[in-house]
Design a protein around this ligand. Structure first.
Ligand SMILES: CC(C)(COP(=O)(O)OP(=O)(O)OC[C@H]1O[C@@H](n2cnc3c(N)ncnc32)[C@H](O)[C@@H]1OP(=O)(O)O)[C@@H](O)C(=O)NCCC(=O)NCCS
Length: 166
C-alpha cells in the first residue's frame, strides 16, 4: 500500500477513520475541514491510493506563556518576551489498522520538519503537543518532548528539532 502525506481536501474519505479515540475520530470526520476553512489550523492527512485517510495531524500558531516555561530555559531569554512563539501540533492520529507500523513516527517527523521550515522565516521557539492520555505522553517522550511544568502539554525546542532532523 502506497501512502502519502497531503493537505486535507474534500475528496479524501475519512468516514471510516478509527484510531481508538472517538474525540480524534470525530475531529477529522466532522471538524477538521471547518477549522481549515476558518484558518484556525492546517491539517495534513496520510492517504492511500484510494484517497482513504489513514492518519492525520494538525498544526496551528500558538504561544507559551513565559511563566509556564521551565525556569532554566527562561534564564537564556531576554526578559521582555511575555509570550514565547510556538507551533501547536494539536492532534496526531493513526488508524488502528496501521498502528505500530512506524506511520506515527513518519507523521511526527513530517510535522517537525514542517515546523522547522516555518521557524526559518517566522520565529518559533518550540513545538507544543497536547497528549490525549499517558500512552500518548509516552510516545512523545520517546522523541524528547518535555512536560510543561504547569500543564499537561509537552514541548520540544526548535533547537532540539534542528539537531533531531540532522
Ligand atoms: C500514538 C500514535 C500516533 C503512534 O502511532 P503508531 O503508528 O502506532 O506508532 P509508530 O509505529 O510510528 O511507533 C513509533 C515508535 O513509538 C513507539 N510507540 C508507539 N506508541 C507508543 C506509546 N503509546 N507509548 C510509547 N511508545 C510508543 C513504538 O514502539 C515505536 O518505537 P520503536 O520504533 O522503537 O518500536 C498512534 O498509536 C495513535 O494514533 N494513537 C491514538 C491517538 C493518540 O494517542 N494520539 C497521540 C496524540 S493526541
Amino acid at each position: 500500500m502506497k501512502l502519502t502525506i497531503k493537505l486535507l481536501e474534500k475528496k479524501y474519505d475519512k468516514n471510516s477513520f478509527d484510531c481508538g479515540y472517538s474525540l480524534l475520530d470525530n475531529y477529522i470526520k466532522k471538524q477538521a475541514r471547518q477549522d481549515v476553512d476558518r484558518d484556525l489550523s492546517a491539517c495534513f492527512v496520510l492517504v492511500d491510493e484510494a484517497d482513504v485517510v489513514n492518519g492525520y495531524y494538525t498544526l496551528s500558531a500558538n504561544s507559551i506563556k513565559k511563566e509556564d516555561f521551565p525556569e532554566n530555559l527562561l534564564k537564556k531569554l531576554p526578559p521582555n518576551y511575555q509570550d514565547l512563539p510556538a507551533v501547536l501540533l494539536g492532534r496526531l492520529a493513526i488508524d488502528k489498522r496501521l498502528q505500530g507500523k512506524g506511520y506515527g513516527e513518519i507523521l511526527l517527523i513530517d510535522a517537525l520538519k514542517r515546523c522547522y521550515e516555518i521557524s526559518e522565516s517566522l520565529g518559533t521557539i518550540a513545538v507544543i503537543v497536547d497528549p490525549i492520555d499517558e500512552k500518548a505522553e509516552k510516545f512523545y517522550d520517546r522523541y524528547g518532548f518535555i512536560l510543561l511544568p504547569t500543564s499537561k502539554k509537552m514541548f520540544l525546542l526548535m533547537k532540539t528539532i534542528k539537531q533531531l532532523l540532522g
